[in-house]
Design a protein. Structure first.
Lengths: 442, 90, 446
């Protein structure tokens, strides 16, 4: 598919898969060097940006997120903003305030989340790259469910200027694509120091030259609780890695089980403060009854336009950080983050990466998801959360397909700033992996 | 976790709950918070950085700049005479 | 009775605390704004270095311990003027803690902490009771100074504020003609329960608010009613405090650290910052160093720091006696006149005093030359004037010798002379000059 034919078919593609919320109206690619899409929590100055939430309907940012600006400067054409869980709250993109993206391999299944629309676009559209954002696993999870490559770089590697916040100490912007080589190519464009985001200013030089992966460590905690098929496929993939010359060790990482509760305490605490600004003034919906007292006015708008999961996480985060409710959780969670970081550093002293399946199962059906409790869906992230809370770079490669043809992914985690080794293993893996594209018919 | 606490938290967070929501969130939060108790078993650590990597000493000079057109900034806001309209103060 | 204050002052930076918007006054609302101070989704804060510098300077002035590492926190509360519903402030590890500030050089007022934070926007009520918000002020840096409840009375609170604001103005180089407001949250407990009066603007209102609350609490205690620990606001028109709501406790803001900014290692910066002596400290020091009458020390420093510095220069070069006689005398008396004429070069004055101390010119000549240089009046005319003034005063003293004896007991007796001269001559002589000459002539008669 040429770029022009992609543009011509974009509306039809979207009608079927629902990956985009806002899209370009153009029917040709013009002189674009490449086409890309971006998760809808990244500001675009020419398309409505809602972060998956109805409370931001009508928000037209006047500034591009730095990563979008950089891709545009490099000749990229932004074709659409992808659907996501509201503000990033979710594992299946089913908490979207707008359309829910459908899995390209089976329209009755979810794409994963929260960057579900991005992974869907990358999987369906030829030669497409999409920017995703990971807080607890939201790049690698949908990459795994949609059978594509995805990288969440080190926290602070890509400027978060223009990213609508979920968790400021956890959010990372990354790249999703069918082609492993795209990850390096586009990360090189968007990475780098940006004065507008202090957390991006301490990164060392972005080294991307090839560096062969020699050894991986598989934590025992990372291979418990898997579905039978994921377990089997992962085992085969590990054998494949060994034949590629990678040493495989099984290790203990006892801190991993604390990562999940610590992550949810930190993420929801930060999120509850980030979402406090949505009060029906200045941006998004502003049409409430101004004769109400401000407390009531704010409450009315927020209650009307926040989705269910957003409310749950705001309540959780508000509770967790308020001393009046005994909020010692927040301080403890901060300690646990450091414990997890220390655990990774210990293992990564003697191994190039930590390896485990990306998700414990393949993409679930929508009707199964609706039966899951909130806690169940939180726990589904247990394989991606530890690297995310530690801020370590991690990359998911497709490594097999289950008996329903649904993709399975496995995730490499490297030490801070060591994206180079992840790019390298992804490219080596791609050379010998038979990628099964989904059947795309519109 | 009890319904009264959920309602208190919702009040701080400026979210109104129906009775059904209050009950439902009470159960959800109760389950999730019990799960959080796992943190009590976690090892202690003296360090607790503000970010997962050390972000330190990033400042800018005290130079005033106007980068955006103020009219563009307020174009989508509900304004009156350039003031942003808001609800009743008391 | 215990009184503690939380004072907020604006730091005189050129750009805002977390964005580069100008801090200057703006004619139109919502003009010096940007995505960051408007709290727009996707925007991000970047700290203005000068805020740390000013914060450290204030911490040093208040004799605080400056923390080696400092960082910021989010305080969440909902109000239309809060563009993010979050104020970036400091909770743990503020810039300075555990300081002390001496009231009039004697009474120590302990300073709990000094930290920096951003201002919200400003709101107006409309006729139909909705609000209009202007975010020009949103993001302007403030310093918050918190005292322990060491202040004993409302009057003392005002004295503390007056003195501290004077010192801060000098420290931060605030131009004399610029209005610079302090806003205080005033905490007062007559009995055991503490009441907070929130957001009182200005020194006078602070004293009045505390006074009216003190009166209210005393009445409650007398009537054996319980004083509720709460937050009140002050109505200056009716001169009463009014209940706002039950006192909010610190934990209701749910502070978390601000991850967008990281931490700041300020030890090196703090070590490199030297602050100039505050007026208050200078008064104390020169009083004791030169064994001055405290009134003179105060008068020198409060007239102008440059005058006090000249005093020290003269004392070093020509001895304390000469400094007292000349700087404390005619130079001080004519200082305002010299300032009004825009004359700033003090070298001539030093020359004259030098001449006198070597015996090159007489006492009277020196006085006349000084006056002439400073006021621009012709030396001959000055001489005539001066002679004329002395004649007038001597005439009066001749007719009223009791003044001289009274003066020895109470120097206020000189006021009669002053009154007489002023009545006789209208505004011909500055009151400072009349006072100085009168005292000189009276003392010459002992």
């Amino acid at each position: 598919m040429s770029m022009d034919s992609v543009m011509k078919d974009l509306k039809a593609i979207n009608a079927k898969y629902q990956m985009f919320h806002a899209m370009s109206d153009d029917v040709s690619a013009g002189d674009a060097a490449f086409l890309f899409s971006a998760k809808d929590n990244l500001t675009s100055n020419d398309m409505e940006t809602c972060a998956g939430s109805r409370i931001l309907e009508g928000y037209r940012p006047i500034f591009d997120a730095t990563c979008i600006a950089k891709l545009r400067e490099a000749g990229g054409k932004l074709v659409g903003k992808t659907n996501m869980d509201e503000f990033g709250f979710g594992t299946f993109s089913t908490n979207s305030g707008f359309e829910v993206p459908k899995n390209p391999y089976d329209l009755n299944r979810a794409c994963g989340g929260s960057s579900g629309g991005s992974a869907c676009a990358a999987s369906v559209i030829e030669d497409h790259v999409s920017l995703g954002v990971s807080t607890g696993g939201s790049i690698c999870c949908p990459a795994s469910f949609c059978g594509v490559y995805g990288i969440a770089p080190t926290y602070g590697r890509v400027s978060r200027f223009g990213l609508i916040d979920y968790g400021n100490s956890l959010d990372k912007i990354g790249v999703i694509s069918q082609k492993a080589t795209d990850l390096k190519k586009y990360m090189e464009i968007i990475a780098g120091r940006d004065e507008r985001d202090p957390t991006s200013m301490v990164q060392p030089e972005f080294v991307t030259a090839y560096r062969k992966m020699k050894s991986v460590a598989i934590p025992k905690e990372g291979i418990e609780g898997l579905s039978k098929e994921v377990e089997a496929i992962f085992k085969d993939a590990v054998e494949q890695l060994k034949s590629m010359g990678v040493d495989v060790d099984y290790v203990d990482m006892p801190s991993l089980k604390y990562a999940m509760p610590a992550y949810y305490v930190l993420a929801t605490s930060e999120a509850s403060t980030n979402l406090a600004r949505y009060v029906g003034m200045r941006y998004g919906h502003q049409e409430g009854d101004h004769s109400l007292k401000f407390d009531d006015y704010f409450t009315e708008v927020r209650s009307k336009y926040f989705g269910d999961e957003a409310k749950r996480r705001i309540l959780l985060g508000t509770y967790a950080r308020m001393a009046g409710f005994g909020g010692r959780h927040y301080a403890k969670a901060r300690e646990v983050r450091q414990v997890v970081i220390n655990d990774y550093k210990r293992v990564l002293e003697t191994h190039d990466a930590v390896l485990a399946p990306t998700m414990p199962f393949t993409a679930p059906r929508f009707d199964d998801i609706s039966k899951m409790s909130a806690l169940d869906s939180y726990k589904a992230d247990y394989l991606t959360v530890p690297a995310n809370i530690a801020g370590t770079p991690h990359l998911s490669v497709p490594c097999g397909y289950d008996s329903d043809g649904m993709p399975v992914g496995m995730q490499f985690v490297a030490d801070h700033w060591n994206e180079d080794i992840l790019f390298s293993v992804a490219e080596d893996w791609e050379k010998q992996f038979d990628l099964r594209r989904p059947e795309v018919s519109i | 976790m009890d319904v009264k606490t959920v309602r208190d938290v919702a009040k701080f967070a400026h979210i109104a709950l129906t009775d059904e929501e209050a009950e439902r969130y009470c159960k959800d939060l109760g389950d999730i918070l019990s799960y959080f108790e796992l943190l009590n078993e976690a090892p202690e650590c003296n360090e607790r950085g503000v970010n997962p990597i050390l972000v330190a000493d990033i400042v800018r000079d005290d130079e005033p700049k106007t980068e955006y057109d103020a009219d563009d900034l307020i174009r989508d806001m509900d304004t009156y005479d350039r003031y942003v309209r808001g609800p009743r103060l008391s | 009775m215990k009184i503690g204050l939380e004072c907020h002052v604006q730091l005189p930076t050129k750009s805002k605390m977390f964005c580069s918007c100008p801090t200057a006054d703006c004619e139109f609302p919502n003009t010096y704004v940007c995505p960051t101070c408007l709290g727009m989704p996707g925007s991000r804060p970047v700290l203005n270095r000068q805020v740390l510098v000013y914060g450290i300077m204030i911490a040093k002035m208040l004799n605080c311990e400056v923390n080696d590492t400092t960082w910021f926190a989010r305080k969440t509360y909902f109000y239309p003027d809060m563009s993010k519903s979050v104020q970036i402030t400091q909770y743990d590890n503020p810039i300075g803690e555990r300081g002390v500030y001496y009231l009039d050089g004697k009474k120590p007022i302990r300073i709990t902490r000094i930290h920096v934070e951003e201002d919200p926007g400003s709101t107006k009520r409309t006729a139909d009771l909705t609000s209009l918000v202007d975010y020009n002020r949103s993001g302007i840096p403030l310093a918050e100074i918190v005292t322990e409840p060491d202040i004993a009375t409302p009057a003392e609170a005002r004295q503390f504020l007056t003195q501290m604001i004077g010192d801060l103005r000098h420290l931060l180089d605030i131009p004399d003609d610029l209005e610079w407001e302090v806003k205080c949250d005033c905490n007062i407990s007559v009995g055991t329960e503490r009441v907070e009066i929130k957001n009182v603007s200005g020194l006078k209102n602070a004293e009045r608010a505390l006074h009216s609350e003190m009166v209210r609490q005393i009445a409650m205690i007398k009537a054996k009613k319980k004083i509720v620990r709460e937050t009140r606001r002050y109505d200056p028109d009716r001169d009463v405090t009014i209940s706002m709501r039950v006192k909010e406790f610190e934990d209701q803001y749910g502070y978390i650290d601000e991850p967008d900014l990281g931490v700041y290692h300020i030890k090196e910066l703090a070590d490199s910052i030297r602050i100039s002596e505050s007026p208050q400290n200078m008064i104390l020091r020169i009083t004791s160093q030169y064994k001055l009458d405290p009134k003179m020390a105060k008068q020198l420093v409060n007239t102008s720091m440059d005058l006090a510095v000249l005093f020290e220069d003269i004392a070093k070069e020509f001895g304390t006696q000469n400094a007292i006689k000349w700087v404390g005398g005619p130079i001080s008396a004519n200082w305002r006149a010299m300032e009004d004429r825009g004359v700033t070069d003090l070298a001539r004055l030093k020359e004259l005093i030098g001449d006198f101390s070597e015996g090159g010119i007489t006492d009277t000549q020196c006085a006349i030359e000084i006056k002439s240089y400073m006021t621009g009046q012709d030396a001959a005319a000055a001489q005539e004037d001066s002679a004329g003034l002395e004649t007038l005063i001597n005439e009066f003293l001749d007719k009223n010798p009791k003044i001289v004896t009274d003066y020895q007991k109470n120097d206020k007796a000189a006021n009669q002379v002053i009154g007489y001269v002023m009545k006789q001559t209208g505004g011909k002589y500055s009151s400072a000059e009349v006072v100085e000459t009168a005292k000189k002539l009276i003392e010459a008669r002992f």
